[in-house]
Design a binder for this molecule. Structure first.
Ligand code: ADP
Length: 413
């Protein structure tokens, strides 16, 4: 039987999200998540999409990732798709940090696991959980190919002059301090889809991709290769996000530690969890913020304006980095859904060739049409402004499948 299915796993510290995809047509056969792993009342939600069945819920203790993944495999088995199924070609794992080592999706072996582990100091919040997901999945089916797909890989083409910070070279090298960038899977997928939308090969276009979700990042992509991105050594740098500050003067940290007496961990928590939109106005959901702006709420207005100002600065910067821009592309929760953000971000940038057609921008899409890529600039505009829904799971599955089919080795079970 041909193995044409890929299970995509996104393992967090206390959660696992998964999707099972059929690669012949990209359809979803099942999706779900386990949350609160390690707590007394963990919860598994499983949707058997292939059969159109009801979502199933299990609330019980899943003591660790192994227990959680065993339960996921059990749910998949019940639908006829378990981890032992001969149709399963591979598992694709989202791994946040691949450092400078992993420039592409990689078939997991012991050396790869050791290298992901070596990168833990630069990604202490994410890589340990990603690693646990992989080792657990390997235990459950040692013969199944496991592929690691890294958030950082797409950004490994960024040239040194954009990746390096202007700090002492020896210190930077010793501690691997540099721009790595994140959301790479999304930037890769969206920039490729944008080229498709324009009827071009990715090598023929320069694009600015704005991934605006709860986390947010911008990237400059020249001919299909990333040349700059707004997130840095960690996902804290760059745009204003739901709860993260994005760019601040680094001396703000010294000030808060020395003068305000906040601990280093306290500043870390402040900038990552209590800043950005939530820190500015108490809300991090753009729907709520735009609703409040409509009611004349001043804190929400200021938060919105700061968010847009930062976005504009990056758009301008990346126009300069690229020299010639063919497309500006909005994606992720805010980018795909917020017409006010798209309008405000490009307002006044006509001189750069950036125009938004009001009617196209405001057109509400529902159902499957909402997932279609579309142009929102006017006919004949110099630069195409586009909305391209991201699909990180599909991208991980495709990269995984391409690798295991290319490897030339038959999939063993
Ligand atoms: P994550 O970074 O968690 O993957 P998403 O890409 O799903 O995030 O984006 C989530 C965010 O998208 C929400 O916090 C909200 O601000 C925004 N969002 C979702 N739907 C809409 C909408 N219809 N209008 C404006 N913003 C939206």
């Amino acid at each position: 039987m041909t193995a044409t299915r890929v299970l995509v796993l996104n393992s967090g510290s206390s959660s696992v999200k998964y999707q099972l995809l059929e690669m012949t047509d990209g359809s979803r056969l099942a999706a779900g998540l386990v949350e609160r792993i390690g707590e007394r009342q963990s919860r598994l939600l499983h949707t058997p999409l292939a059969s159109g069945g009801e979502r199933r819920e299990r609330v019980e203790e899943f003591a660790d990732h192994e227990a959680a993944l065993r339960a996921v495999s059990g749910e998949l088995d019940a639908d006829g798709f378990g981890l032992g199924s001969p149709q399963l070609a591979a598992i694709g794992h989202r791994v946040v940090h691949g450092g400078q080592t992993f420039t592409r999706p990689t078939l997991v072996d012991d050396a790869v696991l050791a290298e992901i582990e070596r990168l833990i100091p630069v990604a202490p919040l994410h890589n340990p959980a990603n690693l646990t997901g992989i080792t657990t999945a390997r235990t459950l089916n040692p013969h199944l190919p496991q592929v690691a797909v890294f958030d950082t890989s797409f950004h490994t083409t960024i040239p040194e002059h954009a990746a390096r910070y202007a700090i002492d070279t020896a210190t930077a090298d010793e501690h691997r301090v540099r721009r790595y960038g994140f959301h790479g899977t999304s930037h890769a997928y969206v920039s490729r889809k944008a080229a498709e939308l324009l009827g071009k090969d990715p090598s023929e276009i320069n694009a600015i991709v704005l991934h605006l979700g709860n986390g947010a990042s911008a990237s400059a992509v020249r001919g299909g290769r990333c040349v700059d991105t707004s997130m840095g050594m960690t996902p804290l740098e760059g745009l204003v996000m739901g709860t993260r500050s994005g760019d601040v003067d680094p001396a703000v940290v010294f000030h808060l530690v020395r003068v305000a007496g906040v601990s280093v961990d306290g500043v870390d928590e402040l900038l990552n969890k209590r800043s950005g939109l939530v820190g500015l106005c108490g809300d991090n959901d753009m729907r709520e913020i735009t609703r409040r702006v409509g009611e004349g709420d001043e804190a929400a207005r200021l938060a919105f304006d700061i968010y847009i100002h930062r976005l504009k600065k990056y758009i301008g910067a990346y126009c300069a980095v690229l020299g010639h821009v063919h497309a500006v592309v909005f994606t992720a929760g805010v980018g795909e859904n917020s017409a006010p953000v798209r309008r405000a971000a490009l307002a006044g940038l006509e001189e750069l060739g950036l125009l938004v057609d009001e009617e196209r921008n405001d057109a509400e899409r529902e159902g499957p049409a909402a997932r279609e890529a579309r142009i929102i600039s006017p006919e004949g505009a110099r630069v195409a402004v586009a909305v391209v829904p991201t699909d990180e799971e599909l991208e991980i599955a495709e990269q995984t499948y391409a690798l295991v089919s290319d490897a030339g080795s038959p999939v063993r079970h």
